[in-house]
Design a protein around this ligand. Structure first.
Ligand code: FDA
Length: 382
C-alpha cells in the first residue's frame, strides 16, 4: 500500500473522530473497517420497506454534558429535541423507568410524596443491616430494597447475564438510580437528541474530507488485504480501535464479552408499543427489550400502517459473535492488565475506543476520549 500519514483501524465514533481531527490538521488518514458501513455500533440504516431509520445495533440515543463534545458533534449534525423515556413490563403491568416516584407509587398502590417514598425505600434497603452484600442479589436489595429489586432488576439482570444474580458478584452494579420526583427522562444530561437527518448523514460528514480515505470490508488482521497489521505497523502510526486481545493474538487469553441477538421485524401497524423502548422485567419473557424505531423521530412522516421493531436478547459471546458489553470478571481484569502492558510496549500503535480498551463507552465518551488522544498522544505526529 501507499502508506498514509496515519492508519485508523475501526470506523466507529472513536476512529471517525481521530480521523477527522488529524485530517483537519493536514494529515492523510486511511480508515479501515471490516464492516460494510461506517459508524461502528452507532450505525443506522433506513428500512427499504418503511423508510424508518433502524439503529442496526440497538437504539442509540445521543446524550452528553460535555460541552466540548457537544460543540464538536454540532459541527456535523443538528439534533432533534427527542428526550428518551423507557418503560418496563412486569407481570402484565407497565411501569416507568428508571425507578421514580411514579414507579414507586404505581408499584405500592400509594400516593406518597418524596419524603415518605425515600423513607420507605431506605427502610426496605436496610434489610442487610449494614452487612456487606455477598452477591449481586444482595447488592440490589441494599440499593433499592427487596420489593423493587425483585420486580424490576432481578429478572432483567438474570436474563442479561444468563446467570442467577445470587451467583453474580456484587461489583457488577455500583448504583441503581431512583428518582424521588416524577421525572422519567432516561438521561439527565445537559444535552440529548438524535441526529436530525440520521446517524449515517452525520458520520458521512465526518469523513467527507479530501485527506480521508475510507476502506470498508477490510479486516486489519487479514494478510490478503492491502492495509493489514503486517504491512502497516512500523511503517505508519496506527490508531487501533478493534479488540485489544485480538491484536495480540489472544496471548493472555480471550477477554469475555456479552453479545446481543437482535431480531428485526416489520409489523403491519402504525404503532406496536407506543414507545421507543420497552423493557421486559419478567424472567420467563425471553426478550430483555423491544425497540420500536419510529418513536425516536416523531417529527418524521413515517407510514401509518407499518412499523419496525427489534427484539433484543442477551447472552455470553462465543467466538465470531459481536462483542457488546465487557463481562469484566477478575480473570478478565488480570488479562486486561497484561494487554495494557503489551499495548504500552507496542511502538507506534495507539489503542482506543471500547474494544481497544475493553470498556463500555457511551458515544459521547468515545468521542471525548478520541479528542483527548489526539491532544495528548497524536499532537506530535510528523
Ligand atoms: P465501535 O464498536 O462503534 O467501533 C469499532 C469499529 O472497529 C467497528 O466498526 C468494527 O467493525 C471495527 N473493527 C473491529 N475489529 C476490526 C478489525 N480487525 N479490522 C477492521 N475493523 C475492525 N451509546 C450512547 O451514547 N447511547 C446509546 O443509546 C447507546 N446504545 C448502545 C446500545 C448497544 C446495544 C450498545 C452495544 C452500545 C450502545 N452505545 C450507546 C455505545 C456506543 O455504541 C459506543 O459508544 C460506540 O460504539 C463506541 O465507539 P467505538 O468507536 O469505540 O467502537
Amino acid at each position: 500500500m501507499n502508506v498514509s500519514d496515519v492508519v485508523v483501524v475501526g470506523a466507529g465514533l472513536f476512529g471517525l473522530t481521530v480521523a477527522e481531527r488529524l485530517a483537519d490538521r493536514g494529515m492523510d488518514v486511511t480508515v479501515v473497517d471490516r464492516r460494510a458501513e461506517i459508524g461502528g455500533n452507532a450505525a443506522s440504516a433506513f428500512c427499504p420497506r418503511t423508510g424508518i431509520e433502524v439503529h442496526t445495533y440497538g437504539s442509540h440515543l445521543f446524550h452528553t454534558s460535555n460541552e466540548r463534545v457537544w460543540a464538536y458533534v454540532n459541527r456535523f449534525t443538528t439534533f432533534t429535541s427527542y428526550e428518551h423515556r423507557v418503560w418496563t413490563t412486569y407481570r402484565g403491568e407497565v411501569f416507568p423507568m428508571p425507578i421514580n416516584l411514579g414507579t414507586i407509587n404505581q408499584f405500592f398502590r400509594s400516593a406518597m410524596g418524596p419524603d415518605a417514598a425515600r423513607a420507605l425505600i431506605a427502610e426496605q434497603a436496610a434489610e442487610l443491616d449494614g452487612r456487606e452484600p455477598a452477591n449481586l442479589d444482595e447488592k440490589g436489595i441494599s440499593l433499592v430494597g427487596r420489593p423493587l429489586y425483585e420486580a424490576f432488576i432481578r429478572g432483567y439482570t438474570a436474563k442479561q447475564w444468563q446467570t442467577d444474580p445470587r451467583l453474580l458478584p456484587a461489583s457488577i452494579i455500583s448504583r441503581l438510580p431512583v428518582r424521588y420526583t416524577y421525572d422519567n427522562r432516561y438521561f439527565d444530561d445537559t444535552h440529548q437528541g438524535l441526529p436530525t437527518d440520521g446517524y449515517g448523514a452525520w458520520f458521512a460528514r465526518m469523513v467527507d474530507h479530501p485527506r480521508i480515505d475510507v476502506r470498508l470490508g477490510c479486516d486489519f488482521f487479514d494478510p490478503t488485504q492491502p492495509v493489514h497489521r503486517g504491512a502497516v505497523v512500523g511503517q505508519a502510526p496506527v490508531v487501533f480501535t478493534g479488540p485489544v486481545d485480538q491484536y495480540f493474538d489472544l496471548a493472555a487469553g480471550p477477554l469475555a464479552w456479552r453479545t446481543l441477538d437482535l431480531q428485526q421485524e416489520v409489523l403491519p401497524t402504525g404503532d406496536h408499543q407506543g414507545a421507543a423502548v420497552m423493557n421486559y422485567a419478567d424472567e420467563d419473557v425471553p426478550e430483555t427489550r423491544v425497540h420500536e424505531f419510529r418513536h425516536l423521530h416523531p417529527e418524521r412522516a413515517y407510514p401509518k400502517d407499518a412499523t419496525v421493531i427489534m427484539r433484543e436478547r442477551s447472552r455470553f459471546a462465543e467466538p465470531g459473535d459481536e462483542p457488546y458489553y465487557p463481562v469484566n470478571t477478575p480473570e478478565d481484569r488480570a488479562r486486561l492488565a497484561t494487554y495494557r502492558e503489551l499495548a504500552a510496549q507496542e511502538q507506534g500503535v495507539h489503542f482506543g475506543g471500547r474494544l481497544g480498551t475493553y470498556k463500555y463507552l457511551d458515544m459521547h465518551m468515545a468521542i471525548g476520549s478520541a479528542l483527548t488522544m489526539v491532544d495528548n498522544q497524536l499532537a506530535d505526529l510528523p
